[in-house]
Design a protein around this ligand. Structure first.
Ligand SMILES: [Fe+2]
Length: 302
């Protein structure tokens, strides 16, 4: 049942125009916008969908205000979809939508769905970097673009209750074949989808204890430069920086987080650890520091 990636993210928002403008500035490609909603895509054709908060087609939320209402995971084939349907039907409600997407909930009550992935290859330039004796660029200059263009949605993060946090993570590992990358007893659990080699596709963050909400979504960009140019572009358009830029300890990715009017935070990232099944999951009694280095205050965003 190979889940390869996040296929679609569905937000319920109170102000379509504000959120749509924000995502356009973020660098996503706008597909359509009406007074009822808007759709955007990444270069790899993952969809970010905005709908009005009162839209009756949205699943309910345990949060008040704009937030993510459903995360749809992409799978390889209809056969995979069928396997997931059978697996989850054994102990919870699974609904088949008219477009073939199936909908259910994880063990924390977050609404999740599954559909066959509609991947398209992103065409991005190859970065050539010169470090010490490792020279990839001769007689060429670097001239970064003034803004970012996200390649893909890399991961989502939910803040969950610390009670039962391991069982909440096990749902993804045992029922959906996610792989454990890193887990800290006091922080959370990083997991990657079976068909992905990024350090994490999902992080369940339980440090805050009792709060339960959509924490953030992260978009991979093509270079550290693009984190900086994209972040600067957002700042100039009034976006609020939450933490960063910096480099995380777990996952090793460079990051920069902003407040997202659609709900939760939003992250540019690049240069994350890539893992295969030879990686030994790490268990930490105490979380390593949030970042190896970071500009500004230390704000825990997971
Ligand atoms: Fe993140």
């Amino acid at each position: 049942m190979a889940i390869s990636r996040i296929e679609e993210l569905i937000y319920g928002v109170s102000d379509i125009r504000e959120c749509s403008d924000f995502l356009e500035n973020w660098g996503l490609i706008k597909l359509e916008e009406t007074s009822e909603g808007a759709n955007f895509k990444t270069l790899e054709n993952q969809i970010v969908s905005l709908r009005l908060i009162g839209d009756v087609s949205l699943p309910p939320s345990h949060e008040v205000g704009s937030t993510v209402r459903e995360v749809i995971w992409g799978v390889d084939s209809l056969l995979d979809l069928d396997k997931i349907y059978k697996e989850l039907s054994s102990d919870r409600e699974v609904i088949s939508g008219s477009d073939g997407t199936i909908h259910s909930q994880d063990d924390s009550g977050n609404y999740i769905g599954f559909k066959v992935s509609n991947f398209s290859e992103a065409k991005v330039h190859k970065n050539k970097l010169n470090f010490h004796e490792d020279i990839a660029r001769w007689n060429e200059t670097i001239w970064p673009q003034e803004r970012a263009t996200p390649i893909r949605i890399g991961h989502v993060v939910y803040s969950i209750r610390s009670d039962g946090n391991w069982e909440a993570a096990e749902f993804y590992i045992k029922r959906l074949n996610f792989r454990l990358s890193d887990r800290s007893k006091d922080g959370g659990t990083f997991m990657r989808a079976e068909g992905s080699n990024f350090h994490h596709s999902i992080f369940l963050f339980h440090r805050q204890g009792t709060k339960q909400y959509f924490n953030h979504v992260a978009f991979e960009v093509n270079s550290f430069d693009e984190i900086m140019t994209g972040g600067q572009y957002m700042l100039e358009r009034g976006a609020e920086s939450v933490s960063g830029p910096g480099r995380h300890s777990l996952g090793s990715n460079c990051f920069w987080y902003f407040k997202n009017p659609c709900g939760g935070d939003i992250e540019y990232f690049a240069d994350m650890d890539r893992l295969d099944d030879s990686w030994e999951p790490r268990y930490w009694e105490e979380s390593p520091p949030y970042a190896r280095w970071m500009v500004g205050e230390d704000v825990l965003t997971g």
